[in-house]
Design a protein around this ligand. Sequence first.
Ligand SMILES: Cc1cc2nc3c(=O)[nH]c(=O)nc-3n(C[C@H](O)[C@H](O)[C@H](O)COP(=O)(O)OP(=O)(O)OC[C@H]3O[C@@H](n4cnc5c(N)ncnc54)[C@H](O)[C@@H]3O)c2cc1C
Length: 381
Amino acid sequence: MDFDLSEDQRAFQRTARDFARDRLAPHAGRWDEEKHFPAEELREACQLGFGGIYVPEALGGTGLSRLDAAIIFEELAYADPSTTAFLTIHNMVAGMIARFGNDDQRGRWLEDVVMGDKFASYALTEPGCGSDAAALRTRAVAEGNAQYRVNGSKAFISGGGRSDLYAVMLRTGVDGPKGISCVVVEDGSPGLSFGKPESKMGWNSQPTSVVNFTDCHVPVANRLGAEGDGFRTAMMGLDGGRINIAACSLGGAQACLDAALAYVKQRRAFGKTLSEFQALQFKLADMATELEAARLMVHRAAVALDTGARDATLRCAMAKRFATDACSHIVDEALQLHGGYGYIKDYQIERYLRDLRVHRILEGTNEIMRVIIARKLLEAS
Ligand SMILES: Cc1cc2nc3c(=O)[nH]c(=O)nc-3n(C[C@H](O)[C@H](O)[C@H](O)COP(=O)(O)OP(=O)(O)OC[C@H]3O[C@@H](n4cnc5c(N)ncnc54)[C@H](O)[C@@H]3O)c2cc1C
């Protein structure tokens, strides 16, 4: 077991760190405030190879591993968890097209997605069902062999109204997971419309909206994989998505821990710097320890996905649950160490707190992570 990063990993870690410092950090506060979607910077990130990180090189991607992706996303999220999280979803869909798409579909979409000329979203959740995703009701009815007619709505879709492609889980058959197919719907399709952008606590640099389908006509040729395979496709995408979101939490927590370390060394109270109080030293020690544990779990789960380990789903659920909870707590502690200034926007800690909060809810809530973990444990015992 080797815990050191390879030379290659250090190289793209540096590239991501430099990009985050130069192109994300100076603007992230304003993007949050103005609810600005930084399309230009996202495109630049894609052109650095971060748009199809684990799409094979033979298909035009960067051909890196899930572990490599976690390292990159952590560095980017150090500056801006919200923008990075959008990029993780974009990568998830790129990975789904590469893995489950046929040659025609890859040819039509992959290059544009990998290069950031088209942005991609993932649409599973509906207004009436989130955790119980297999109960989804948006229905696609085949009209002849060539077209689906789609009716229904998806809720909370990241990039909704802004993305060019939507990987949508639709009911094409019976109730339950076996009646679901994954179909790519292109922006501009007749009958596709969007709700107003949701007003959110965080993740403000990317829009979130309802996606409506009203007699929306979508070519059958846009279906990824076989009819009825969509739920499996969606869940396989989510295993990696959970690692990605957990990596965004790592980056945000590391940024706040670093800010807290710097702050306690210069802020004075009772004739000492804050760093001289052992109670606060212990807080910092616990924050760093939890962050290290979270990072190890995320990297271990990423390797399990890379190697196709049988327990990969279990490890992804454990890592997502632990890392997103731990990192939220670390950011909250960093805010506390800043006293009143932590609550002020100039210090940015409150932005990280708001951005990381949703990581405990999406890509499967942390309660659903416990459902998965318990199910896998009981199956194996
Ligand atoms: C900002 C944002 C962006 C999002 N982006 C996307 C996106 O791009 N694509 C997409 O498809 N979805 C997206 N989502 C949706 C997200 O994945 C869902 O909100 C999430 O899965 C929870 O579903 P729900 O909101 O319907 O909550 P519910 O399923 O109604 O759950 C409510 C509460 O009950 C708990 N609960 C439910 N069932 C159980 C159970 N069996 N045992 C214990 N507890 C349970 C949940 O953990 C939660 O605490 C996004 C959400 C947000 C807020």
